[in-house]
Design a protein around this ligand. Sequence first.
Ligand code: FES
Length: 173
Amino acid sequence: MVIYLSSRTPLPYSPKILEIFRNPKNFGPIKDADVVSRAGSPACGDMITIYLKIEKKDNEYIISDAKFESYGCAANIAATSILTEMIIGKSLRYAWSITWKELSDEIGGLPAIKFHCSILAVGALKRGIRAFLEKIGEHPDWLPKEMTKEEKQVLDEEEAMERLSIIIGGRNK
Ligand code: FES
């Protein structure tokens, strides 16, 4: 038996997700961003970009501005919007500590099929933080040398999406 999942199938989104999806905050690019990071796959359309402005204050790096662009779903747009609000004015150390589960809880929870929307948002943020610190040649003690579980999850997601797009592309030939 083959079960087709239609994109029109209503998902149990929280009212908060729907509200933020309709009125996302911090949407758009930052032209002079200190770091720009992406997660997702342009091949399947789920793709987000996070822009960060970062300043050094009292020996801490602080995110003075954060914006995003998303070609993902309503859950991804809502999650990334909330994420930018959570990190503006906060230290890189705090931003690094946010997990996809905490982000999911902030938007009222996600259905299991949508966990990856939150993982992509947090993964893009962690990539950006790591890229910024590598660019300036700093390695604070809170930054793990090895990729974290969440960064690996994003890579897995991207590889899965690439594989899926290759399969779908092959069927459409
Ligand atoms: Fe892919 Fe939400 S970002 S389904």
